[in-house]
Design a protein around this ligand. Structure first.
Ligand code: ADP
Length: 549
C-alpha cells in the first residue's frame, strides 16, 4: 500500500515537472520531450537513465520503453546500508519516469521495475508501456532466455486503475449533474407550457364571473376557478422546486409594508375563512414595535405564509388559527402560524420539511396535498437567511415558526390598514402585442372591461409598425416569445425610435410565460418598464397598467 502511495506521488511529481520543463524549454514533439527527461532526471539527482535499443516510444498503444538506471537513489540507499531486498525497490523512480513520459506523449503510461540492484541484480531495469499492455511486455521480458533462470519478482502499480476509478466517478458525477440539469429544464419547460393554457382558462372564468350568470352557474364558475388555481399552485410549486434545485431562484428584497402584507388580498386568509365555512376563527397579531416598512422579499414571504395558513386550515376542524409576527430581537422577525388542529407526532417534526414528506399517508388521503409546500417553505426561508420549525402535540394543534432578518426602513410602526382597491375606468389607448390568439382575445377583453381602448398586434414587427404610425398609444403590453420579431427586439426598436424622434418614453409592460431567473433582467435590459409573468391575474394587470396611465 505504502509502495503505491510513493508510486502515485512520484508519478504526479513526474507529470508536473515534465509539464513545467517542457513549457520552459519550449519543447513540442514527444521525443524531445522524452529525451529531456533523463537530463532533468540526472540533474535532479533521482537517477541516470539508459534507454535500451529495443524500445519503441510511439504516442500510441505500441509505446514500449525498456531502460536501465545505472544509478538510482532508492537502490543506492539499500546497497549502502549493506542490505538485500527481496523485491525491487525503485518505486519512486518508476512513478516519476512514467509520469514524465505520460506527459511527453499524452497517453497513460505505467512502469514496472523488473530487476533491481538492491536485490542483487546487475541492473535496475524498468519496462514502461500503456497500462493495458504492461503485463504482456513484462511476460516477454521474464521469458527471455537471459533471465529465465533468475527469480524475477515484480509489482504492477495500479495507479491507472485508481485513476480510472476516479475518472469514472468524475464522469458519473458529471452525468448525474447533467441529467439533474436536464430534469430541471424539463420541469421548467413543462410548467411553462402548462401555465400558458392555464392563463386562458383562469382568465376566461374570471371574465365570465363578471357577467350576469345564474346562481348555479356562479357556483360552477367558482369551482372551476378554484380548481384552476389549485392546479396552477401545483405547477408553480414544481417550478419553484426545479428553480431552487437548479440554483436559479433569486431572492429580491424591496421595501415592503408588513401591514399591507398581512391585510392584503395576496394572503389567502379571506378565501380560507370562507372555505372553512366559519368553523374556524382566524386572528392576526402584529407586534406594534415593528417598523411598517421593512426590507424583504414580499412575494416569497407571502408564499411561505400562504403555505402555512393553507395547511393550518386544512388540518384544523374547529377552533382558531392565529398568525402574526413579533420582534424576537433587534435583528430578527419571528413569524408564526398557530392552529388548533390535529397536530403532528414529534417523530415527524423533521420529516414533514423533507421533499414529499407527509406526517402519515392517511392524512394525505383525507386532506390531499403533494408534500411540497413545507419543503419549498423551508428552502425559501433558508434562502432568505431564516429558520423554520414546528412545535406541535397530537390532538392539540401545531405552531409553525420562521424567522427572517429584521431590516427596518422607516420608523413608522405598523398600522392596521384595510384598503380595497377599485378598478377605475380610464379611456386610454393601449397596444397589446401577443401572437397567441386565444390569449390575445382574452387579454383584450379584460382590458376593455377595465375601460381601455385596445389595439392588437400579432408580433413584434406589427407592434413597431403601429407605434411608428403615432396612434397615441399610451402604453404597450408586450409578449416576449413571438414569431417574426420577438418582444425584446421590438422593445429595443421602439426605444431606439423614441430617442431618434425625441419622443416621450412609452411605458412597456412585458408579459411572459417564462418564469426563470434572468427573464426579468432581460426584459428590463431591453427597455421594458415592468414585467408580469403569465397567467395574468386581472387585478394585477390592471393595477400595473394604472401605475403608468
Ligand atoms: P401537503 O401538500 O401534503 O400539505 P406540506 O409540505 O405542506 O405538503 O405538508 C407536509 C405534511 O405535513 C402534511 O401532509 C401533513 O401531514 C403535515 N402538516 C403540515 N402542516 C400541518 C398542520 N398545520 N397540522 C397538521 N399536520 C400538518
Amino acid at each position: 500500500m505504502e509502495k503505491y502511495f510513493l508510486f502515485d506521488i512520484a508519478h504526479v511529481i513526474g507529470t508536473n515537472d515534465a509539464k513545467n520543463f517542457h513549457q520552459k524549454m519550449n519543447l513540442v514533439d514527444p521525443i524531445s520531450k522524452l529525451s529531456a527527461g533523463p537530463v532533468h532526471f540526472a540533474y535532479s539527482g533521482w537517477a541516470f537513465v539508459d534507454i535500451l535499443p529495443e524500445s519503441t516510444p510511439s504516442p500510441n498503444d505500441d509505446y514500449y520503453l525498456i531502460y536501465n538506471h545505472p544509478f538510482s537513489f532508492e537502490a543506492d540507499s539499500w546497497m549502502r546500508s549493506g542490505k538485500k531486498s527481496e523485491t525491487p525497490v525503485c518505486v519512486m523512480n518508476s512513478g516519476y519516469s512514467s509520469g514524465w513520459c505520460e506527459e511527453s506523449f499524452g497517453i497513460p503510461l505505467t512502469a514496472v521495475e523488473v530487476t533491481c540492484k538492491a536485490k542483487g541484480d546487475e541492473h535496475c531495469t524498468f519496462i514502461m508501456s500503456p497500462p493495458e499492455r504492461i503485463q504482456e511486455h513484462v511476460n516477454r521480458f521474464t521469458s527471455d532466455s537471459k533471465y529465465v533462470n533468475k527469480k524475477i519478482t515484480y509489482d504492477i502499480p495500479t495507479f491507472f486503475e485508481r485513476k480510472k476509478v476516479e475518472e469514472e466517478m468524475r464522469n458519473a458525477r458529471k452525468k448525474a449533474e447533467e441529467s439533474d440539469k436536464a430534469k430541471s429544464e424539463f420541469l421548467a419547460n413543462m410548467s411553462h407550457e402548462i401555465r400558458t393554457p392555464m392563463n386562458a382558462i383562469i382568465g376566461y372564468v374570471e371574465l365570465m364571473q363578471q357577467d350576469k350568470v345564474s346562481t348555479e352557474h356562479r357556483e360552477y364558475l367558482e369551482t372551476l376557478k378554484d380548481s384552476g388555481k389549485l392546479l396552477l399552485n401545483l405547477i408553480n410549486d414544481i417550478l419553484d422546486v426545479s428553480k431552487i434545485d437548479a440554483g436559479q431562484l433569486v431572492i429580491e428584497q424591496t421595501a415592503t409594508s408588513l401591514s399591507k402584507i398581512f391585510d392584503g388580498k395576496e394572503l389567502l386568509v379571506k378565501n380560507l375563512v370562507a372555505k372553512s365555512e366559519n368553523r374556524i376563527e382566524i386572528v392576526k397579531e402584529i407586534d406594534d414595535s415593528i417598523a411598517d416598512q421593512v426590507y424583504l422579499d414580499s412575494s416569497r414571504l407571502q408564499q411561505v405564509l400562504n403555505n402555512l395558513l393553507g395547511n393550518a386550515v386544512k388540518f384544523t376542524n374547529k377552533g382558531e388559527i392565529r398568525f402574526g409576527v413579533v420582534l424576537k430581537d433587534e435583528a430578527t422577525l419571528e413569524f408564526f402560524v398557530k392552529d388548533s388542529g390535529i397536530g403532528i407526532n414529534e417523530k415527524n417534526h423533521t420529516k414533514i420539511f423533507e421533499m414529499f414528506g407527509q406526517a402519515d399517508a392517511s392524512s394525505t388521503r383525507e386532506h390531499g396535498g403533494s408534500g411540497l409546500g413545507l419543503t419549498i417553505s423551508k428552502k425559501l426561508v433558508e434562502l432568505m437567511e431564516g429558520k423554520i420549525w414546528v412545535e406541535s402535540t397530537v390532538g392539540m394543534g401545531s405552531t409553525f415558526f420562521f424567522t427572517l432578518p429584521y431590516k427596518p426602513l422607516s420608523t413608522t410602526n405598523v398600522k392596521k390598514s384595510n384598503q380595497i382597491q377599485k378598478l377605475e375606468v380610464v379611456k386610454n389607448k393601449l397596444l397589446l402585442v401577443e401572437d397567441n390568439l386565444i390569449n390575445q382575445r382574452l387579454t383584450k377583453l379584460i382590458l376593455e372591461k377595465a375601460g381601455y381602448e385596445v389595439l392588437t398586434a400579432n408580433n413584434g414587427q406589427e407592434a413597431v409598425d403601429y407605434f411608428k404610425k403615432d396612434l397615441e398609444i399610451k402604453l404597450i403590453i408586450m409578449d416576449i416569445q413571438m414569431p417574426v420579431l420577438d418582444g425584446l427586439a421590438a422593445t429595443q426598436v421602439i426605444r431606439f425610435h423614441e430617442v431618434e424622434q425625441k419622443l416621450k418614453k412609452t411605458p412597456i409592460i412585458a408579459l411572459t410565460a417564462h418564469a426563470m431567473k434572468g427573464d426579468k433582467e432581460k426584459c428590463i435590459e431591453a427597455g421594458c418598464d415592468n414585467y408580469l409573468s403569465k397567467p395574468i391575474m386581472i387585478d394585477v394587470l390592471v393595477d400595473t397598467i394604472k401605475k403608468y396611465v
